[in-house]
Structures are given as structure tokens and as C-alpha cells.
Design a protein. Structure first.
Length: 258
């Protein structure tokens, strides 16, 4: 499954995808986006993986953005049919929980990649920015939409209009990242978070993720109905019986995803 630029490490029910281009701060060119999408699909389809983490190689960058050399002469048609939005959509629509582990510079397309994940944790030295306006382009991988939904329209406009780079702490304060850790503790904390999620029923996680993602796009009344139907379905599953039974019997549950 490993390639020269996209590597995968396994730890129990976790899969860690590593973008391995440290010589360019893990900037993503067209082939790398395609490879990332391919490898992610392989990892997601693996039934022994419950949670997927994504990070960058080294300790300086998660993804410093798109490779500008590949963008300089790209045509409008190539942009419209580009691999960046397809790869990010693949990750955003994953049925499994995803965690972006931001170990340094997270700029432009790198931030859009992080926004496509369910959770984001960052090292104290991480710098984040939707910086496309600094080079005369727009976010093209969902940044104008996902950033606004996460931090609010006003703050998203500020970050996109100015191209300003913010610290990990400011990113946490505005809800862009969930937690911030010292660089040397980041991966350990990422695995701890992933393992705490992977212990839960994979079926329940999948349903919860879908209800949240779909519900945010509709009005509250309809979203509450969606939640009610989902909860009713959950009560038909073996995992619901196992979870409650394990709690009452004071033991660890053994979920089957059924």
C-alpha cells in the first residue's frame, strides 16, 4: 500500500497516512493528490481499520499547500477537473472517523485537506492559513465552504480575504482545531485520541457521523427527525445490545459492527 510519497502505518485499529514530501514541506502536486486519494480509498475499505489519521512527514509541515509550480500554467479546464477537489471529497465523505494531525505548516490546500477531516489536532509550532489570495487564486478544495461552516462566515472571510497565517493557539480559540499539544507529544496524543474512538462501535460511529454531516445542511426540525430515525435504527443493531449489556455487566464491550 505504501508508495514513495504516500505511506501508511498501522497501529491496532488505526491507520496513519503520511504525506512524504518533506523536501517541499509536503506540498501537494497533481500526482500526489491522485496517490493520496487512491491510498485513502484502500485504507477506508479495509474492515480492520476503524479510524484514519493523516499527517505530514517531518516536524515542519503537515502540508504547506499546493505545489505552485504545478499551478502556474494550469488551464481552467484542468482546474475544474482537478484531482484536488476529488481527493478532498473522498476524505470528507469517508464513512470512518478521520483525524488530521497538523505537525507544522498547514496552508492553502493543506488546510482544506485538514478541513475535510472530522477532527484536527495541532502541534504548538503549527501555522495555519487559507493563503490562496496571496498568490491571486481562490481556495479550490472546499475552503470557502468548510471553513465558513466551521469557524463562521465572518472569520472565514477574514482569513480568506487577508490570507493571514494564524498560530495553533488562535486556531484552537476560533474552533479550527480541537486541541494543541507540544510537538514531541503530538503523535502520541493523536494515537490516544484515535484509540479512544476506535473502541466504540464502528457502526454507531458511521451513523453518528452521517447524521451530523447531513443534519448540518438542513433545518433543525428536519435534522432532529433524522436523528430520531437514526436512533430508532440503532436499536435494531447487535452493537446496541452489546454496549448496554457490557455496561450493565461491568465489562468491556466487544462490538462487531452489526
Amino acid at each position: 500500500m505504501n508508495s514513495s510519497v504516500i505511506q501508511v502505518e498501522r497501529k491496532g485499529k488505526l491507520a496513519l497516512i503520511i504525506i512524504n514530501r518533506p523536501e517541499v514541506h509536503n506540498a501537494l502536486d497533481v500526482p500526489t493528490w491522485g496517490e493520496l486519494s487512491k491510498v485513502f480509498g484502500e485504507v477506508e475499505s479495509n474492515p480492520s481499520v476503524n479510524v484514519i489519521l493523516i499527517t505530514g512527514a517531518g516536524n515542519k509541515a503537515f502540508v504547506a499547500g499546493a505545489d505552485l509550480n504545478s499551478l502556474y500554467k494550469r488551464s481552467p479546464l484542468e482546474t475544474f477537473e482537478g484531482k484536488l477537489p476529488r481527493a478532498i471529497t473522498t476524505i470528507a465523505k469517508s464513512k470512518k472517523p478521520t483525524i488530521a494531525v497538523l505537525n507544522g505548516y498547514t496552508m492553502g490546500g493543506g488546510l482544506e485537506l485538514a478541513l475535510a477531516c472530522d477532527l484536527r489536532i495541532a502541534s504548538e509550532n503549527a501555522k495555519l492559513g487559507q493563503t490562496e489570495s496571496n498568490v491571486g487564486i481562490l481556495p479550490g478544495g472546499g475552503g470557502t465552504q468548510r471553513l465558513a461552516r466551521l469557524v463562521g462566515v465572518g472569520k472565514a472571510k477574514e482569513l480568506i480575504f487577508t490570507g493571514r497565517v494564524i498560530s495553533a493557539e488562535e486556531a484552537k480559540n476560533i474552533g479550527l482545531v480541537n486541541q494543541v499539544y507540544p510537538q514531541e507529544k503530538l503523535l502520541e496524543e493523536a494515537f490516544f485520541l484515535g484509540e479512544s474512538i476506535a473502541k466504540k462501535s464502528p457502526l454507531i460511529l458511521r451513523i453518528a457521523k452521517k447524521v451530523i454531516d447531513e443534519g448540518i445542511e438542513i433545518n433543525l426540525s428536519a435534522a432532529l427527525e433524522l436523528e430520531s430515525f437514526a436512533q430508532s435504527f440503532v436499536f435494531t443493531t447487535d452493537d446496541h445490545v452489546e454496549g448496554i449489556g457490557a455496561f450493565l455487566e461491568k465489562r468491556q464491550p466487544e462490538y462487531k459492527g452489526k
